[in-house]
Ligand binder design. Structure first.
Ligand SMILES: Nc1ncnc2c1ncn2[C@@H]1O[C@H](COP(=O)(O)OP(=O)(O)OP(=O)(O)O)[C@@H](O)[C@H]1O
Ligand SMILES: Nc1ncnc2c1ncn2[C@@H]1O[C@H](COP(=O)(O)OP(=O)(O)OP(=O)(O)O)[C@@H](O)[C@H]1O
Ligand SMILES: [Mg+2]
Ligand SMILES: [Mg+2]
Lengths: 224, 224
C-alpha cells in the first residue's frame, strides 16, 4: 500500500541545513497496524507528514497504491489525501471559531456529503469518543483532551482507508486513552491501515509492528 | 501558601450554564509537590488557571500568601503572577514568530532583566532541557516535544516560587519525560512549590501528594 524509497528530508534555515530524515526505506502493507516510536525530535511527525502527503521529501520517492505521490500536483495530492487518509495532528489543528460538530463535519463538507448525512455521522463519531455533550462548544471552549478527541473524530469523518495518528492519547487519562486504543483496534479489524506515533506503551502494545526512529533514521523495525 | 475556599467556576454559554468546578476546598503549603489527576474534562486545567491567577473564580476565594487574589486589580494580579508563578501550559502557548531563545527571554524582559543576563539564563535553561542546538529555531520549526520543553524552560525563567505545570510530559518520550521529572524534583529540593497536572504515572509517583478531580470536584486528596 505504502512505500518509502531512500527518502530524505532536510530543512534549510538560511545557510544552515538541518537534515531531519535520512535514508528512510519502509514498506507498509494494507491492513497493517504500525507504531512509530523514538525520542522527541527524532523525525516522527516529519515522517507522518510525508506519508500523509502533507509535505514532500527532499530526496527519494513515496508510493501510495503504486502512485508516486511526489510527482502529483498539489490538487491531485489533496484529492487523494481527502479520500484515503485521516490525519490526527499532534497539535490537533482544530478551527478555533467552529464548534465541535462543525470541525468534524468539515472534511465531509469538502467531500461533498449533504448536510443531513454529515451532521449525523459527525454526531455519531463524537458520541463514540465521549463528547456527545460538547457538540455546540467552540473548539476553544474544550479541555486539551477533549480537543484531542475531536481531532480523532474528525480524522475518521470520511471513512479513510489509512489512519495516521500523531500521539493521539498524549493529553488523555488512561481510561480515555484505552477507549481510543480499542477504537483503533476495531478499525484495524475492519481492514483499515493504522499508523500511529506514540510514546504511550499501552497503545504501542496493540500495534503489530514497531518502527523505531533515532536522529532521523530507522534503527529498528520488528513485529511486536 | 495557597488556599482555595469554596471555589466554584461556571461557564455561561448563552442560556446554558456549564458548572466546571464545584465546592473546591484546598490548601497547599510552601515547598509541597502536588500532583493533580483526573479524567479528561474533569476541570484540572481550569483549576490550574485559577491557582495561577490567570482566571477568576465564579464564587469563593483564592488566597496566595494570605492575599485574596480575587480582590486584586488586573495589574496587581499580573505583577504578582510575574514574580511568583511559572506556568507550563497544556498547549504550550509559545509566540510563533519568536525563536526558542526569544520565547524563554520574554518573561525576563517583562521583569526588567538586562539583555546579557536574560540571554545567558535563557541559554542555560534551554541546555538543561536538551535544546542547546535549537536556540535560533522559530517555535514553529520545532517538534511537539521540543515546543513542550521550551514552555518548561520559559516557565522557569524568572525563578518562580511556584511552578504550575499542566501535563508537562504529554508529548515527550519516556527518557525526556524522566529528565523533566528529575528537574522538577531538584527544584522541589531547592524549596520551590510544584503543582503538576499529569496523566503520566512516572511523574505522579514523584509527587508527595495526589489530588484527584472528577466532574469538577475533589474526590480524593492523599499523601502518596
Ligand atoms: N470557555 C469554556 N466554555 C465552556 N466550557 C468550557 C470552557 N473551557 C473549558 N470548558 C469545559 O470545562 C471542562 C473542564 O475543562 P478543563 O480544561 O479544566 O479539563 P481538564 O481536566 O484539564 O481536561 P484534560 O485532561 O482533557 O486537559 C471541560 O468539560 C470543558 O468542556
Ligand atoms: N520547519 C522546520 N525547520 C527546521 N527544523 C525543523 C522544522 N520542523 C521540524 N524541525 C526539526 O526537525 C526535527 C524533527 O521534528 P519532528 O517534529 O519530526 O520530531 P518528532 O519525532 O515528531 O518529535 P516529538 O516526539 O517531540 O513530537 C526536530 O529536531 C525539529 O527541530
Ligand atoms: Mg512529533
Ligand atoms: Mg487540561
Amino acid at each position: 500500500l505504502l512505500k518509502l524509497e531512500n527518502v530524505y528530508k532536510t530543512y534549510h534555515m538560511g545557510k544552515v541545513s538541518v537534515p531531519v530524515l535520512k535514508n528512510i526505506n519502509l514498506e507498509i502493507k494494507k491492513g497493517e497496524y504500525v507504531s512509530i516510536m523514538g525520542p522527541s525530535g527524532s523525525g516522527k511527525s516529519t515522517m507522518m507528514n510525508l506519508i500523509g502527503a502533507l509535505d514532500r521529501p527532499s530526496k527519494g520517492r513515496i508510493l501510495l497504491n503504486g502512485t508516486d505521490i511526489s510527482k502529483l500536483s498539489d490538487d491531485r495530492l489533496a484529492t487523494l489525501r481527502q479520500k484515503m487518509v485521516g490525519f490526527v495532528f499532534q497539535q490537533f489543528n482544530l478551527i478555533p471559531r467552529l464548534t465541535t460538530l462543525e470541525n468534524v463535519e468539515l472534511p465531509m463538507w469538502f467531500a461533498g456529503l449533504p448536510k443531513r448525512a454529515r451532521a449525523k455521522r459527525a454526531r455519531d463519531l463524537l458520541i463514540q469518543v465521549g463528547l456527545g455533550d460538547r457538540l455546540t462548544h467552540k473548539s476553544t471552549e474544550l479541555s486539551g483532551g477533549q480537543m484531542q478527541r475531536v481531532a480523532i473524530a474528525r480524522a475518521l469523518a470520511n471513512k479513510p482507508e489509512i489512519i495516521l495518528a500523531d500521539e493521539p492519547t498524549g493529553n488523555l487519562d488512561s481510561k480515555s486513552g484505552a477507549e481510543i486504543a480499542r477504537m483503533l483496534d476495531r478499525l484495524n479489524d475492519e481492514g483499515k491501515t493504522i499508523i500511529i506515533v506514540t510514546h504511550d506503551p499501552t497503545l504501542a502494545k496493540i500495534a503489530r509492528r514497531i518502527i523505531s526512529l533515532k536522529d532521523g533514521e530507522i534503527v529498528d523495525d520488528r513485529i511486536s
